[in-house]
Each structure stands twice: as structure tokens, then as C-alpha cells.
Write a protein that binds this ligand. Structure first.
Ligand code: PBG
Length: 323
């Protein structure tokens, strides 16, 4: 009989022993902070659906990133909201576009900051889809050319990593080839490999003003009810040259995260998305949940499930909690 010989509580009674046997750790240098950049100066506008997150003009972005570095956050993921959107999302790959400009300013002022750029077109297109649209459909192969151009533009502006998120087939290969041809052989690609068509992106689409004007993203992002295609997406991205693969969203997809982490030999990132952040913020604001404990528990759960890197809007707060 196992009991009374075995008593698992023996290792739980003393907080020092609990810490000694703790399996999962979280450190600030595993966190990436997403930030939203807008044109102009002096802009720091709170995003209503994401309390504590702001749309920042480049000058304010510099201030924010300085504070992040001081808090122990070393990497940021940039999203741009351009002055003008158009059918092909040209601000995304314009040399003087919002992200290219922000990157040059950031790298000049804060060379120690690791700058990652999201590579997608939905923030820059007037229809809000992630690439070239014809007859109401995303045209995959024409989109690849634009994504590759966008990645090269960001590389020339000085980003340290690119993160393609359009879920176009072949996007990693197209970007790798274009980067190499332009001499950026050492620039890593973190691919949003297993990206689901999720309601949890709702607050982000408010923030980036990028909700699709018609239809949804079901034809290119993955079906939440499926698992196997996530594994194929990850395998194909690694074959195409992804240096890091990502699972997104994170919280409702811990099973995918765990399976991907066990399957691959490249680092795995989890994106703790806007809706997951806002759920905690909104309930904490009502006094229904302890924000710090809930957020920490989520971040630890993502690490436990297999994430090496966590992209989270809690990054700066968490760095403070960890200090
Ligand atoms: C696409 C992109 C999105 C997010 C990250 N990159 C939006 C989408 O696919 O609709 C969502 C992130 C979040 O919800 O925090 N550029």
C-alpha cells in the first residue's frame, strides 16, 4: 500500500523545500514586450480594450523602451499603425514607413534593445486582411512577395529579428530567401507557425485598427478545433528555415504548446495574446481576481507547457514582480 508510507505533502509543508523542488522558473530575459507605434510626436494614448497598453509615437516609444530596459526587459515586438492604409499595405514595406522609421530611431537611441518586427500586412491594408486580396480572397503567392519585401525593409532599418505572422503558405522560405539575397544571412526568423483564428485577438484588432473589413481570417489562420495541422505548420516552417517557432494564442492552446515543445529542437515561443491579457485586467479591475498572482500563474503555466520565450503585454509588470 502506498499510503501511509508515501506522503507527498512532506515536500509541500516548508516553503523552502517547495522552492527547492520547483520545476519551472520564469526570468525577465525570457519575456518579449509587444508595443504599438503610431505616427506623430507626443502621442501616448491608452488602448481602451487593453488597460495599461498604449499607442506610442516614436519619441514616446523611446521613453517606454528605456523604461523596459531598466526594468529588465531586453526585447520588444513592434506593431505599426500607419498614417494611411491602402489595398496592398504599402506602409509596411516603405522605407519611411512607421516600423522602419521607429526601428531606426530605436536602434540609434537604444542599441542594447533587441528589436523584433512583426511581418504582416493586416495593420497596413485598408481591408484589414493579411496580404493581397482579390475577389474577396487572400492571394497567397502574391502576398509572399510583399512579406519578403517588408522583412527586407525592416532588416535594412536595423531590426534584430523578424516575426512573420500572416499565415501565408511558404512565407518563411520567401522571407529567408529574400533576406539572404539582401545580405542578411544572420537575421533570425521567429515564425508565428501555429497561429489559430482566435477571438482572443479582439483587443489587438482594436489597438491596431486591423479588424478585417469583410469576412474573417478563417481561410488562412488555423481552425481552433484542430491539432494535427499545427504540427505540420511547425514542421514546414522549420524546413523553410524558421529559427524559432511560435504557438498563438497561448492559454487555450497549452496542449499544442506542449506537443510542439516535445516535437522540435528549435526554441518555442508562446504569444500570450491581447484577449488573454485583457481578461485578467478586466477581472482584476473589478476586484474579482488577484492580478499579480493570476498573471504570474499564466506565465509560469506557459513555461511549464514548454515555452522558452513568452511574448506578453505583462512583460514590464512581470519584470517588476520578478525583480
Ligand atoms: C497580425 C497579428 C495579430 C496579432 C499579432 N500579429 C492579429 C491578427 O492575426 O488578427 C494578435 C496579437 C494579440 O492579440 O495580442 N499582424
Amino acid at each position: 500500500m502506498a499510503f501511509p508510507i508515501h506522503r507527498l505533502r512532506r515536500l509541500r509543508n516548508d516553503p523552502r523545500v517547495r522552492a527547492m523542488v520547483r520545476e519551472t522558473r520564469l526570468a525577465a530575459d525570457q519575456l518579449v514586450e509587444p508595443l504599438f507605434v503610431v505616427p506623430g510626436t507626443g502621442a501616448r494614448v491608452e488602448i481602451p480594450s487593453m488597460p495599461g497598453q498604449f499607442r506610442l509615437s516614436v519619441d514616446e516609444l523611446l521613453r517606454e523602451c528605456e523604461a523596459s530596459l531598466a526594468a529588465g526587459i531586453r526585447a520588444v515586438l513592434l506593431f505599426g499603425i500607419p498614417e494611411k492604409k491602402d489595398a496592398t499595405g504599402s506602409d509596411g514595406y516603405a522605407v519611411d514607413g512607421i516600423i522602419a522609421s521607429a526601428t531606426r530611431a530605436l536602434k540609434r537611441a537604444l542599441p542594447d534593445l533587441h528589436v523584433i518586427a512583426d511581418v504582416c500586412l493586416c495593420e497596413y491594408t485598408d481591408h484589414g486582411h493579411c496580404g493581397v486580396v482579390r475577389d474577396g480572397k487572400l492571394v497567397n503567392d502574391e502576398t509572399l512577395e510583399l512579406l519578403a519585401r517588408e522583412a527586407v525593409t525592416y532588416a535594412e532599418a536595423g531590426v534584430d529579428m523578424v516575426a512573420p505572422s500572416a499565415m501565408a503558405d511558404g512565407q518563411v522560405a520567401a522571407i529567408r530567401e529574400a533576406l539572404d539575397a539582401a545580405g542578411h544571412r544572420d537575421l533570425p526568423i521567429m515564425s508565428y507557425s501555429a497561429k489559430y483564428a482566435s477571438a482572443f485577438y479582439g483587443p489587438f484588432r482594436d489597438a491596431a485598427d486591423s479588424a478585417p473589413a469583410f469576412g474573417d481570417r478563417g481561410a488562412y489562420q488555423m481552425d481552433p478545433a484542430s491539432r494535427k495541422q499545427a504540427l505540420r505548420e511547425v514542421d514546414l516552417d522549420i524546413e523553410e528555415g524558421a529559427d524559432i517557432v511560435m504557438v498563438k494564442p497561448a492559454l487555450a492552446y497549452l496542449d499544442i504548446l506542449r506537443q510542439v515543445a516535445e516535437r522540435v529542437d528549435v526554441p518555442v515561443a508562446a504569444y500570450n495574446v491581447s484577449g488573454e491579457y485583457s481578461l485578467v485586467k478586466a477581472t482584476a479591475a473589478r476586484g474579482w481576481i488577484d492580478e499579480r498572482r493570476a498573471a504570474t500563474e499564466i506565465l509560469i503555466a506557459l513555461r511549464r507547457a514548454g515555452a522558452d520565450i513568452i511574448i506578453t503585454y505583462f512583460a514590464k509588470q512581470a519584470a517588476g514582480w520578478l525583480a
